[in-house]
Design a protein around this ligand. Structure first.
Ligand code: HEM
Ligand SMILES: CCOC(=O)c1cnc2ccccc2c1N
Length: 290
C-alpha cells in the first residue's frame, strides 16, 4: 500500500495554528471532563490508536486514511473510551471540513501533548481519507496483559527498537484506565494531565504489588493509588528495556526529545512526505498570549 502525503491546497502554518487553537481552547473550556483530567490524555490516546494499525509487512494501516472515523474500526473493544475523543473532535471537523480525518486525529494528539507541557512536536499535513474497504481487521491493537516479549514482538510490526518502545510507552504518564473501558483501574493520582518523565520514576521507585482488580484483571498497584498495566511493568522486568527506563528516569530532557522523535515516527509511519512539505511547529496557547 502506498500512502503519498498530499497537503490540503493552499493551507499555511497560520491555518493549522487556527485549528490547534480551536482544539486547545476547547480543551480549556471542557477541563472538567473525566473528573478533571480533561481531554488531553484521551486525545493523545486517539492519535496513537489511529496510528496503531500499521503493519510494516505490507505498509497497511496507520494514520494516513483516517479510518478510525468508521465504526468498523472504532468499535474495536480495545478502543473503548475513544468515542469521547472522536465526539470532542467532531465540531472541529465541522469547523474545518477541508482537514482530512488522519490529519485531524494526529493534530489532536500533538495539540494535547503540547498543551499538557509535552515537547514541541513537528507535524506534517497531507494524510488523505481512504474508504471503508481500507479499514484493517481488528486484532492489530495491543493487549494490556502482555509480557516483555509480547511488547517487543508487537512493536516489531512497526520496526521500532527497544529504546523507541520504552520512550513511546512513557505516554502512560498521562490519563487513566477506566474499569468500564478496559477493565483496569486507576491511577487515582490527580496530576495525570501533566506530561513528564515520572512514569519511569514510578516504575523504578515504587513498591509494586500484583493484584486482581474489581474486573478480575491482574494489575500492579503501589501506595498512593498509582498503578501499572502488565505491559507497563514489563519494561522493568526485561533487562534490555530496563536500561532505557533508568535513562529516562534520570534524564527528563533525553525523554522529552526521544519521545518527540518516536511519537512523530508513529504518527507518520507508512506515509511518504515530499521534502517540500515543511514540518510545522505550533505555538502553545500560553506562548500566544499578548
Ligand atoms: C503496549 C502498548 C499499549 C497498551 C497495551 C496500552 C493500553 C492502554 C489501556 C488499557 C488504557 C486504559 C484505557 C481506558 O481504560 O480508558 C490506556 C490508556 C492510555 N494510553 Fe495506552 N497502551 C499502549 C500504548 C500506548 C501508546 C504508545 C500511547 C501514546 C503514545 C498510549 C497512550 C495512552 C493514553 C494517553 C491513555 C490515557 C487515556 C485516558 O486517560 O482516557 N498508550 N492504554
Ligand atoms: C500517576 C502516574 O500514572 C502512571 O504511572 C500510569 C501508568 N500506567 C498507565 C496506563 C494506562 C493509562 C494511564 C497510566 C498511568 N497514568
Amino acid at each position: 500500500t502506498l500512502h503519498i502525503a498530499r497537503p490540503e491546497k493552499g493551507k499555511t502554518l497560520a491555518d493549522f495554528q487556527n485549528i490547534y487553537n480551536s482544539i486547545a481552547e476547547k480543551m480549556k473550556s471542557e477541563s472538567a471532563y473525566d473528573d478533571g483530567t480533561g481531554y488531553g490524555p484521551v486525545l493523545v490516546r486517539l492519535s496513537w490508536h489511529s496510528s496503531a494499525t500499521y503493519d510494516k509487512n505490507d505498509n497497511s494501516g496507520g494514520s494516513y486514511g483516517g479510518t478510525f472515523r468508521f465504526k468498523k474500526e472504532a468499535s474495536d473493544v480495545l478502543s473503548k473510551g475513544l468515542e469521547n475523543a472522536t465526539k470532542f473532535l467532531d465540531p472541529i471537523h465541522s469547523e474545518y471540513p477541508w482537514l482530512s480525518h488522519g490529519d485531524l486525529y494526529t493534530l489532536g494528539g500533538v495539540t494535547a501533548l503540547q498543551e499538557l507541557g509535552g515537547p514541541k512536536t513537528p507535524w506534517r499535513p497531507g494524510r488523505v481519507d481512504t474508504g471503508p474497504e481500507t479499514v484493517p481487521a481488528h486484532g492489530r491493537l495491543p493487549i494490556p496483559e502482555g509480557n516483555a516479549s509480547y511488547v517487543r514482538n508487537y512493536y516489531d510490526r512497526f520496526g521500532f527498537n527497544d529504546q523507541e518502545v520504552v520512550a513511546l510507552l512513557g505516554a502512560h504518564i498521562l490519563g487513566k484506565t477506566h474499569l468500564k473501558n478496559s477493565g483496569y483501574d486507576g491511577p487515582w493520582d490527580d496530576d495525570t494531565n501533566i506530561f513528564s518523565n515520572e512514569f519511569f520514576g514510578n516504575l523504578l521507585e515504587r513498591k509494586w504489588t500484583l493484584e486482581k482488580n474489581a474486573a478480575s484483571n491482574m494489575q500492579y498497584n503501589a501506595k498512593g493509588g498509582i498503578m501499572m498495566l502488565p505491559t507497563d511493568y514489563a519494561l522493568v522486568q526485561d533487562p534490555k528495556y530496563l536500561k532505557y527506563v533508568k535513562k529516562y528516569a534520570d534524564d527528563q530532557d533525553a525523554f522529552f526529545s526521544d519521545f518527540r522523535d518516536i511519537y512523530v515516527k508513529l504518527l507518520e509511519r507508512g506515509i511518504s512526505f515530499d521534502d517540500s512539505i515543511e514540518p510545522l511547529v505550533f505555538k502553545t496557547l500560553k506562548e500566544q498570549l499578548k
